[in-house]
Write a protein of this length. Sequence first.
Length: 234
Amino acid sequence: MKRQILFCLITTLLAAQATAPEVELSAEPHHHLTLENKYVRVYNVEVPPHADTLMHWHRHDYIYVTLGPTEVVNEVKDKPPATIKLQDGETHFSPAPFAHIAHNRTDQPFRNVTIEIVDDENLRHATTKWDPNKNEDRALETFPGGTQQILFIKDAIRASEFELQPGAAVPPDHHAGPLLLVAVTDIYLRTSVEGQAPGPERLKSGEVRWMPNGFPAVTNIKTKPAKFVTLEFP
């Protein structure tokens, strides 16, 4: 009986997929563009409970950061649907091109930050500045009051997850290239920039900040641990 129900569900989803309208990512109504430059296009994604996205195309490689634990049915065009369970802050890379529908079957909104890599075609073949002999991929760096978990290196971009205890600071890196910071938790940051007085800045979960010169210094001034993801570009 369970097999019959599963078969009927898959058949129904595939039939719906065949008739679903296809749109570009920028035209999908659950994807809201929040930042665009020569490196990235950043979308805040929110799918209400028991709702679906339209069938939409990803023409560029992208990285997504999940906001809150969730379960989503991912229906890639011409493939059977697959159920994916994701944890808060979970970050993944998806190679393009493909089209899909995201079905939210939970009672909570499905939220993430989708970062489209504008120059992915060139970056796929770029020489990364990260030294593979140092086992950069999946490495864990520690510093007073915090950790940097290197998640992966894709398209010459290094993705890291930071956790900062109250009062802790990310050490400045004056040799870093441009980076994108994605707030996983609601956080207060104090960013020091040469020639400017440091001041606290509140970032809500899902908000992003583009830092063209890498980390000058970032301090967690909140009374709770802060969690955020960075994407470092060559």
